[in-house]
Design a protein around this ligand. Structure first.
Ligand code: 13P
Length: 254
């Protein structure tokens, strides 16, 4: 089964407005038609920059994503952003369950599952992040953690719903540390994720799912990771903040 590679940039809480526009322009300009036909590309700026970046990306091959959303359509939820608002702002994607929210803000599997349902309802594609802590890996609990995050996180989804979901495997110890997972570690985790999805949703659905790797992906380690049979793309943090390095990772997907 050939799955088209998918490279997404998570800008986290970085960039000033003009930098965000410039970065989006650079990514758009560097993604020529041949490359765009072969690799799916998205960028996920901070909320306030979604509209201006949408303006820059309009009509081009680079998709827009947000970094989080609430599960309700609207309501008295001060400070939250509805998935429907994201659609209206031009987003096709939303990241849900990033470790900086799971562990930094104590977001539970159940809470993330509600967000996932809300986002799908709004018609967004979801990049659903999972991944173990260093202590969990060292205790031999990686698969147990991934299994729990997948089964609780994707609860209530149909095989058809799954077509709108990308899984991002981001081992927490590899995020922002420069300590990238080895190609073997990534492949092993991705194969386990696909196996778990097969049990939950059946072979056809699981074979179609895009599974990204995230955590210290750089231009010089991307190709090796992307060559692994179950690594279908990357979710890139730091290296997505420069058009050159992000585009080099996109090219590594070829
Ligand atoms: P880094 O690429 O900076 O390690 O971040 C990875 C990440 O968290 C992407 O969501």
């Amino acid at each position: 089964m050939t799955r088209r590679k998918f490279i997404a940039g998570n800008w986290k809480m970085y960039t000033h407005l003009e930098q965000a526009r410039e970065l989006a322009r650079g990514v758009r300009a560097g993604l020529d038609a041949t490359l765009a036909a072969q690799v799916r590309v998205a960028v996920c700026p901070p909320f306030p920059w979604l509209l201006p970046v949408a303006e820059v990306l309009r009509g081009g091959p680079v998709a827009l994503g947000a970094q989080d959303c609430h599960y309700e359509r609207e309501g008295a939820f001060t400070g939250q952003v509805s998935p429907y608002m994201l659609r209206e702002a031009g987003c096709q994607y939303v990241i849900i369950g990033h470790s900086e929210r799971r562990h930094g803000l104590n977001e539970s599997d159940e809470f993330l599952n509600k967000k996932l349902h809300g986002a799908l309802q709004a018609g967004l594609y979801v990049i659903f992040c999972i991944g173990e802590l260093l202590s969990e890996r060292e205790a031999g609990q990686t698969e147990q953690v991934l299994y729990r995050q997948l089964t609780a996180g994707l609860a209530g989804l149909s095989a058809n719903d799954l077509t709108a979901v990308t899984i991002a495997y981001e081992p927490v110890w590899a995020i922002g540390t420069g300590r990238v997972a080895t190609e073997e570690q990534a492949q092993q985790a991705h194969a386990f994720i696909r196996q778990t999805l097969t049990e939950q949703f059946g072979t056809a659905a699981a074979q179609s799912v895009t599974i990204q790797y995230g955590g210290s992906v750089k231009p010089d380690n991307a190709a090796g990771l992307l060559r692994q049979p179950d690594v279908d793309g990357c979710l890139v943090g730091g290296a997505s903040l420069k058009a050159d390095s992000f585009l080099a990772i996109v090219r590594a997907a070829l």
